[in-house]
Write a protein that binds this ligand. Sequence first.
Ligand code: AVJ
Length: 326
Amino acid sequence: MPAPKSSDFLEEFARDVRNGLRSEPKFLLAKYFYDETGSKLFEEITDLPEYYPTRTEASILRENASEIRDALEGDISLVELGSGSSTKTTILLENILEAQKELHYLPIDISPTILDQTARKLDALYPRLTTIPIASEYGDGLRRATRIAVEEPRVAERKLVLFLGSSIGNFEPRQAGGLLETVRDGMESDDALLIGFDLQKDKLVLEAAYDDAAGVTARFNLNILMRINRELGGEFDLETFRHRAVYNAAAGRIELHLVSQKSQEVRIEEVKESFRLEKGEYIHTESSYKYTRPLIEWIAHSARFEVGKVFTDDSNWFAVALFFPT
Ligand code: AVJ
């Protein structure tokens, strides 16, 4: 059974929905995709033939794990932002365990359920690994991880911080810079940050990745309306909305939309309001920014990092970059 939602959470959810649906164009925040159903659908997305990012990033990590580890001297501990199921992280964990006797892994995630499951699974799988789960938002979690690395004598003080999966793509580049500054504030000068960026590429490849033939991404997108219906007493008729993915090349981002197929009014009880949608009007549900090398450099410098090695695949579809504090 899902954990009961705190009234604080529901109030904020209602506020965000009200604000987004009163805007022009209408929008919803992508973080609300990830209820239990949404998290499962996202895991399904990562296995789709059209969705190249997960498997491309995994192959880059496999190919370069030793070089990544050797970017830091001596024993390290691993900190991960938004660790989720930690699947790709095991590639690095295994590699690091070949080079040092023990390893402390500090995954930070806002979902305590996924965290605890993952921690138990990993500790059972790797006897020389100790997982210290931190259920928290990024900034606070990183400060806690830093404190543990400094105060716990068995935890290696030098940290490799992971921010994988192009999760950074959900933020506008300016916001992303701000987030990385928070990350930087929780790091020492000899730590390093490893970060996954999806790269700009052919529009058709990008749009297929976000509009797969099996319709999983469409269900993922529509699930946000289902969640509003369930948790906020919304009256969205899912049959009257269509999933759309468009690459906005000027802005360098994929946009997910839900397009109303008719003109209608939708009541949301907990928001205490009804919202009008014209036929063809859309709700913007997600932006996924695609990077270029100059943009990666810009974002690093804006957050007081310098860019080290940038690892890519043969098609240049995805990049995994090492950032060092300056
Ligand atoms: C989790 C933000 C990296 O932007 O590719 C996948 C989310 N949305 N398909 C992405 C997503 C639709 C994903 N991120």
